[in-house]
Design a protein around this ligand. Structure first.
Ligand SMILES: [Zn+2]
Length: 368
């Protein structure tokens, strides 16, 4: 096939993917290609089971046009999020819909027994889903840590207490191509997928540790040492509280989810329940937190001048407070204007697992 044709195929697939359903004449018009070229390419994608003809589009008077839609379930990918205390598994299709998911409490342990159990759980999820293993593109693993650029080794992970850990060790016995991704980067990828119309964003992961991801032109910016976006170690307070990294005053020591949950028996749900109920002991804790978060978000805004997505464990609780956060940032920011760029994450749970699975979905779509 000619490269030009491949480009048209790819553009057509992306357009249908974006629009949901569209007619062939519309495809031709929007992409500036001839109708026969559009028809020929749609046909080839149909033959591969990636596009299908769907409902007849409402006509505005002329001939009724048949809509072309994506066959979302043509391919799938597995995403697994490994944290210190849990393992979460998702199976997603080409539209990133979660087809199957499982979350198991399982304390991380760098032993063959742990990895065998993880692989068993993944295979079990595949079986339960009824998906043909031949239709699975690969398995992405989200892990907290700094990785090699090729995603084949964890250089070190403070949270897991692991270093020089190979992807092949984790995925041994799993019959799919596998790759690792930093957890905050994976969650950032998932969020960008949801915010399709945006191409640049920073993601601030507010979990038991604070991390982040930088997404520029729809791609992760990893930095020279794969440490780009480690916002948890911005210095927030000179000579401040100790951080797990060994330094003092890092954002992590002030903005991690732990700084809130430790006031509610380690339970974030309970913290926000008490806050909503006007608990007098909880309110000042939240206000103090908001003040540190404001400085952090403002620093991100000044640095990147783009959408700031607040996620991590805290993300699912932030929607009702997003206006408070915007107002608070507006009070300190240098560049006055619209604070709508600050937003709560779209995925309330499983963002990192979905993002890890997207490591196989995105390239598949891009190479069509
Ligand atoms: Zn630190």
């Amino acid at each position: 096939m000619l490269p030009k044709n491949q480009t048209n195929r790819n553009r057509i697939y992306q357009l249908v993917h974006e629009r949901g359903s569209i007619s062939k004449p519309e495809i031709a018009a929007l992409l500036g290609i001839s109708l026969p070229t559009a028809i020929q390419n749609v046909k080839s994608l149909q033959q591969e089971g990636l596009l299908k003809e769907g409902e007849i589009l409402e006509s505005t008077g002329g001939r009724k046009a048949i809509a072309v839609t994506c066959e979302k379930n043509a391919k799938f990918a597995i995403g697994t999020d490994i944290t210190r205390n849990h393992i979460s598994i998702v199976l997603i299709n080409l539209a990133a819909d979660i087809i199957e998911s499982a979350r198991v409490e399982m304390v991380y342990d760098n032993t063959p027994a742990y990895y065998q159990e993880a692989v068993r759980l993944i295979n079990q999820a595949v079986t339960v889903s009824g998906i043909d293993p031949d239709d699975i593109l690969g398995a992405g693993f989200s892990v907290p840590g700094v990785l090699t650029r090729d995603g084949q080794m964890i250089i070190y992970s403070h949270v897991l207490g692991a270093s020089a850990l190979q992807c092949s060790t984790i995925s041994r016995g799993l019959n799919y191509p596998s790759v690792l991704c930093n957890d905050a980067n994976a969650a950032g990828i998932a969020e960008m997928w949801k915010h399709k119309y945006r191409t640049d964003a920073v993601y601030l992961s507010l979990s038991d540790t604070v991390g982040g991801a930088i997404l520029l032109h729809n791609e992760l910016y990893l930095g020279e040492n794969q440490r780009g976006g480690e916002f948890g170690h911005f210095t927030l307070v000179r000579d401040g509280l100790p951080c797990y990294c060994g330094r003092q005053g890092c954002v992590d020591a002030y903005c991690s989810a732990l700084t809130l949950s430790r006031h509610a028996n380690g339970d974030l749900n309970l913290f926000f329940e008490r806050l909503n109920n006007g608990d007098k002991n909880i309110k000042p804790v939240w206000e103090q937190y908001l003040s540190y978060l404001t400085t952090t978000v403002n620093n991100l805004a000044v640095s990147f001048d783009c959408t700031v997505i607040l996620g991590g464990y805290l993300g699912e609780f932030l929607e009702p407070y997003i206006e408070d956060i915007r107002r608070s940032v507006a009070q300190v920011t240098t560049f006055l204007g619209n604070e709508d760029y600050i937003t709560a994450c779209a995925y309330k749970k499983e963002a990192a697992a979905v993002g890890a699975a997207l490591l196989y979905i995105r390239p598949f779509i891009n190479q069509l």
